[in-house]
Design a protein around this ligand. Structure first.
Ligand code: NA7
Length: 560
């Protein structure tokens, strides 16, 4: 039997950094709102990515919300970086502190959402069989959330354990096992380092297609004095981060091309950064042109390759670990990745020259006819990033067009990374062409904008939902005439989306990142349309631009 629809002001999808903050904001704004997540608890990315070594590579003091000063100065953390479980604990702490759990419904998936022009609401179907009618649909589905699980032939034949890092099961035991890891991006590098260091596995083979550039993270305990100083200057620290390009806690170098210094000075600057640690710092604090100038890029790559050769004792392993592409993927850092290959039980299998042919019952077979016998295969193969979670759900705007349809010709697009024409009152947290930066402050910025847009829509007097007899909050459409109301809608104009898309494209046009097949330009998943996925001018300029748009009576949006 079909369930009675439940009327809500807003549905927030996702219980990660974005969903938690969005829910809090809308509750604070007096809306009746519900949050859902497929997982059985909060955490989003950090709920799913429980693989050994999972860590944020943003400094701990900036990998959190900025809006609770008391919490910022009192919540404990010990190291420069946070491990996955610490981030989960932090998010749980925030949910508890603000009593948000009661608004969330877990193990619940958004199946479909259809805009209804007559009622001016989203009709939403959930996996729980519930049907909701909501004014605002806010999606915090995660940039890196839908897994990319390559369809290797024979996947089903492997009789050992087969995992994807972003669906890591609880209580996995790798002791004494022969483990193969496919993929060596951010995740693979962290995983390989952690598993090798734990010294539990019998053998660890990294099935590597393209070697990556990684620099030390510089992780370690935070001295008490440093924390004390931070607590005294936290507001300035956020101010700096939010107005910088990537919000990683340093001022990016904007005026020092590699060619402007002597080779000795260049080495000194690279070495200083290497000693200090952090991938973003190495790429963006040292010089201003590593990602846009070929010679500068080669200088940085050569520095890292020399470090690899010095670190890895076996020349053949070192050769395999030295990248051959531009240094133009998301910058990585590690806690001793290259060092792990000095262990006898850790090796690299070059699957660029000898690709994987199939998985057999025993392990992985490559084109050179070799069969690598394994007990566990771990796919650290990344994500169908940014739009992957949107195109798998039927989100239908005006005229029945889905987001997938809308994006089928151009690739994923939006206005400000938030709003899409013909999808009224749909607000994406970190949608396509949002700012490329440390995620929590970017997410926070999106949530603040969305909350502002919703507050403005609310001012246009849509009737408030009322308490129903069944305990739900709902509105009787017929009683109070929602269908007749012409207010409360915010929607991007098509030309605003086109201009924003063209701007994002232009901003990345000179970047060497575009020449690499990575998720940042949608080039990591077979069949996916390669396109610009981010606004690359930085978080600071993004925030300034958005502020101007909001102050200019919502330029690029229509309201009705
Ligand atoms: P990434 O960065 O997309 O890395 C995925 C890795 O998996 C990378 O080494 C890929 O090789 C490899 N891969 C993907 N598909 C295949 C197939 N079919 N065969 C062999 N190898 C494959 O994902 P991560 O999870 O590491 O990181 C994603 C982001 O999360 C990261 O940037 C941070 O922002 C957090 P390739 O390089 O394409 O040759």
């Amino acid at each position: 039997m079909a369930m009675e629809p439940q009327y809500l002001d807003a549905l927030v999808v996702g219980a990660g950094f974005g969903g938690i903050y969005q829910l809090k904001k809308l509750v604070d704004q007096g809306l009746n709102v519900k949050g859902i997540d497929m997982a059985d608890d909060v955490g989003g990315t950090w709920y799913w990515n429980r693989y050994p070594g999972a860590m944020s590579d943003t400094m701990s003091f900036l990998y959190r919300y900025s809006w609770d000063h008391e919490d910022l100065i009192s919540y404990p953390w010990s190291h420069h970086y946070l491990q996955g479980p610490e981030i989960l604990a932090y998010l749980n702490h925030i949910v508890k502190k603000y009593d948000l759990r009661k608004h969330f419904q877990f193990k619940t998936e958004l199946l479909s959402a259809q805009w209804n022009d007559e009622e001016r609401r989203w009709f939403v179907t959930l996996s729980s069989q519930e049907v909701l009618k909501v004014k605002y649909l806010v999606t915090g589905l995660g940039l890196l959330s839908k897994t990319n699980f390559p369809a290797f032939p024979g996947l089903e034949n492997f009789k050992g354990e087969l995992y994807h890092t972003a669906r890591w099961p609880k209580n996995t035991d790798l002791k004494g096992k022969r483990v193969g890891v496919i993929g060596n991006g951010s995740t693979g590098v962290q995983l390989i380092t952690a598993i090798a260091k734990a010294e539990e596995v019998k053998q660890l083979l990294s099935f590597q297609r393209n070697p990556q550039y990684s620099v030390p993270s510089g992780n370690g305990p935070v001295p008490i004095e440093q924390r004390k100083h931070l607590n005294e200057t936290y507001e300035q620290a956020w101010e700096q981060a939010k107005n910088s390009l990537f919000a990683y806690g340093f001022d990016e170098e904007l005026n020092r091309p590699v060619a402007s210094v002597s080779s000795e000075e260049r080495e000194r600057i690279f070495e200083e950064s290497w000693q200090q640690g952090n991938g973003f710092r190495f790429m963006f604090w040292t010089f201003s042109d590593i990602t846009v100038n070929e010679e500068a890029n080669i200088a940085a790559s050569d520095f890292i390759k020399n470090k690899i050769r010095k670190t890895v004792k076996d020349p053949e392993k070192a050769r395999k670990l030295c990248p051959t592409e531009w240094y133009a993927r998301r910058p990585l850092c590690d806690g001793g990745y290259y060092e792990q290959f000095n262990r006898e039980n850790v090796d690299i299998i070059d699957i660029k020259n000898n690709p994987i042919v199939e998985l057999t019952s025993e392990g992985i077979k490559t084109t050179d006819g070799k069969l690598y016998e394994l007990d566990v295969i771990i796919c650290a193969t990344g994500f169908d990033a940014v739009d992957g979670n949107y195109t798998r759900i039927a989100i239908q705007g005006r005229n029945g067009e889905t987001l997938k349809d809308h994006w089928s010709k151009t690739g994923p697009t939006s206005y400000l990374g938030i709003s899409v024409p013909k999808f009224p009152n749909l607000f994406m947290i970190s949608g396509p062409n949002g700012p490329f930066s440390n995620l929590p402050p970017a997410i926070e910025c999106h949530v603040d904008i969305i909350s502002d847009l919703i507050a403005r829509a609310e001012k246009s007097d849509l009737p408030k939902a009322v308490n129903g007899t069944n305990g739900h909050l709902y509105v009787h459409t017929n009683d109070i005439g929602v269908a007749e109301s012409a207010n409360g809608i915010v929607e991007a104009l098509p030309e605003a989306e086109q201009e924003w898309t063209a701007l994002c494209d232009e901003l990345s046009s000179k970047s060497l990142f575009r020449r690499i097949d990575s998720w940042i330009f949608g080039k990591n998943v077979p069949g996916k349309k390669a396109t610009t996925m981010f606004y690359f001018a930085g978080l600071g300029p993004y925030r300034k631009t958005v502020r101007e748009i909001l102050d200019d009576d919502l330029r690029g949006f229509k309201r009705f």
